[in-house]
Design a protein around this ligand. Structure first.
Ligand code: ARG
Length: 585
């Protein structure tokens, strides 16, 4: 079945041409979901935008459009409101038919993308020898969810972990370890990540204070980059150490990523600088090779350069990103490059892309997008820190959430006099604890900062993961109680939307397709969260007002199917957020 919005758009297209002639063919008819359910289900706002062109009043234009509009088979008669909005309400019979089609379809009738793209999503991307912090957690959760949505729509997605595994910090760290703990450079696994982070901090201190150490570290980087065997071996050991720690987090969060760190682009860096040179874009500034930027100035108002090669010959973060960009476009043949990092890096990407555009390395059919996000704040409104002021370790954070979920669950089991196996408790606590953290992050507009609060994210009420999981569990409870086999009912079940709450729920169930389209364009997972939250609310209202198991046929089957399709929509939607459901909780 054609998605309703598409169908309406093409009907309005035809009406515009029929009313005003061929020269309006291809005009965007501006059909959108209604801003308020009072006004119906959809609205068309094109009449206002045509007033000037057609030299007529919007309301008169709206009337002419309606006179040529052929939607009686699926809509009630349209109404003109205010300055010239055309309000559309779907016929209940049409909603019923759509729902029946959704119920029969494995993908819930979600249409695949019309023009599938090759998409590279650069996300998570922590740094070796440093602990993954909350910012990386945001990138990981948001990036994974965007990847899931785009994959589900049929795009060819490459998930890349642009790990910080190259550069000066390794010179420092290896030099320091050669002195302080040479064993760590020869034998695997003698350090754990905590030690590594501590050594990193100490080496940084030495680097800042001790000229001699600084010089040695520089030499170490040079020999590493030139491929010296012992330096490379040491580097490999350090990377493996961090990698193992990252993997624990990724496994816990069920994140799939291909590691392709900064080092991967090492051999391409000189070519990038050479390329810029050939194009006449390079300038020397204080011994460094730079490209001067437009629209970026320093404190004195002078134009800012993007350094692509330092005076000591080394390359930097920006050079690597230029190489990565070219590689992703040329070798990976991507049409869409997405970078999920904190908003602090917005300038970095804007600068890199400006240079890439100057060099003509971004073809017209390729879109590059930064997906920025805000900070995670503690309940004191400041950047999230432990009580002692350290950065919060992700492992600890996730473990704490699971523990708290477990405490809540055990308390509830006691209150309800239920006894459950240890296996059940462990699994439920893990799912609830992890989904609460993911959902709390995803449900915020990512551009803003948000306050991290275990109490809020684990609450059974409000826009939280437990609330949504509970709506799903409710449906499974109905099935158990009534010994219902949903699969059988789906085969040729009829939907009857009789009660107001049923109609409201039914309409909402039709909108997932449109919501996913919005998410994939705007790259805002919170839109999907909002949708699922409203779905749960509407379902709960329906369930409180309309008896299900106790109603008479054929209403009973119809209501059971509404429950089932709600649960399936929740399950699918949550899976696209990287959240799995529970059958009981
Ligand atoms: N490693 C960087 C950081 O921790 C993030 C990398 C983002 N991706 C990129 N292509 N620059 O801040």
């Amino acid at each position: 079945m054609e998605p309703t919005l598409e169908k309406l758009k093409s009907k309005f297209d035809k009406a515009l041409v029929a009313a005003f002639g061929q020269n309006l063919a291809g005009t965007d008819p501006i059909v959108v979901p209604a801003s308020n359910p009072k006004f119906g289900d959809y609205q068309c706002n094109v009449a206002m935008s045509l007033a000037k062109k057609l030299k007529d009043k919007p309301r008169a234009i709206a009337t002419q459009i309606i006179d040529n509009l052929d939607i009686t088979d699926f809509c009630l008669s349209p109404e003109i409101a205010g300055p010239g909005f055309i309000n559309i309400s779907l016929k209940p019979e049409y909603i019923e038919t759509c729902l029946e089609a959704i119920i029969k379809d494995k993908r819930l009738n979600i249409s695949p993308a019309k023009n599938p793209q090759r998409v590279v999503i650069d996300f998570s991307s922590p740094n070796i020898a440093k602990e993954m912090h909350v910012g990386h957690l945001r990138s990981t959760i948001i990036g994974d969810s965007l990847a899931r949505v785009l994959e589900f729509q049929g795009h060819d997605v490459l998930r890349l972990n642009h790990v910080g595994d190259w550069g000066t910090q390794f010179g420092m760290l290896i030099t320091y370890l050669r002195e302080a703990f040479p064993e760590a450079l020869k034998t695997a696994d003698v350090l754990d990540i905590g030690d590594l982070v501590a050594f990193y901090k100490q080496s940084k201190k030495r680097f800042d204070e001790d000229e001699n150490f600084k010089e040695k570290s520089r030499k170490e980087v040079v020999s590493l980059q030139a491929g010296a065997e012992d330096s490379n071996y040491a580097w490999q050991l350090l990377c493996n150490q961090s990698r193992r720690e990252f993997k624990v987090i990724y496994d816990l969060l069920d994140i799939k990523l291909n590691e392709r760190g900064e080092s991967f682009y090492n051999s391409m860096l000189s070519g990038i600088v050479e390329g810029l040179n050939k194009l006449g874009l390079l300038e020397e500034n204080d011994g460094a090779q730079c490209v001067f930027l437009e629209g970026f100035t320093n404190k004195e108002g002078e134009p800012l350069p993007l350094i692509v090669q330092k005076s000591d010959g080394g390359y930097n973060y920006a050079t690597t990103d230029l190489a990565a960009l070219v590689h992703r476009i040329e070798k990976e043949e991507a049409n869409r490059l997405i970078y999920v990092t904190d908003s602090g890096q917005a300038n970095h990407f804007a600068q890199v892309w400006q240079v890439a555009k100057k060099a003509d390395w971004i073809p017209e059919n390729v879109e590059v997008v930064h997906v920025p996000f805000g900070l995670v704040l503690g309940e004191d409104g400041k950047k999230l820190k432990t009580r002692s002021g350290e950065t919060v370790r992700l492992r600890d954070l996730l473990d704490e959430s699971i523990n708290k979920a477990r405490n809540d669950l055990e308390k509830r089991l006691k209150e309800e006099n239920r006894s459950e196996s240890e296996e059940f408790i462990e699994n439920a606590a893990r799912v609830v604890g992890l989904s609460a953290v993911k959902y709390a992050d995803l449900s915020q507009n990512r551009n803003s900062n948000y306050v991290f609060s275990f109490d809020k994210m684990l609450a059974l009420q409000g826009n939280t993961a437990p609330y949504l999981l509970y709506a799903y569990v409710r449906v499974q409870g109905i099935a158990r109680k009534g010994e219902i086999n949903f699969e059988m009912l789906r085969k040729d079940g009829k939907i009857i939307l009789q009660d107001e709450q049923e109609l409201v729920l039914g309409k909402h169930l039709l909108q997932l397709n449109e919501v996913l389209n919005i998410v994939s364009v705007e790259l805002l997972p919170n839109r999907l969260c909002e949708y699922l939250y409203e779905l749960s609310e509407k379902f709960n209202k329906f369930f409180e007002n309309c008896p299900v198991l106790k109603s008479e046929e054929p209403l009973r089957t119809s209501r059971l199917l509404l429950c089932d399709v709600t649960a399936r929509t929740l399950k699918l939607g949550l899976s696209l957020l990287g959240i799995s459901v529970l059958e009981r909780m």
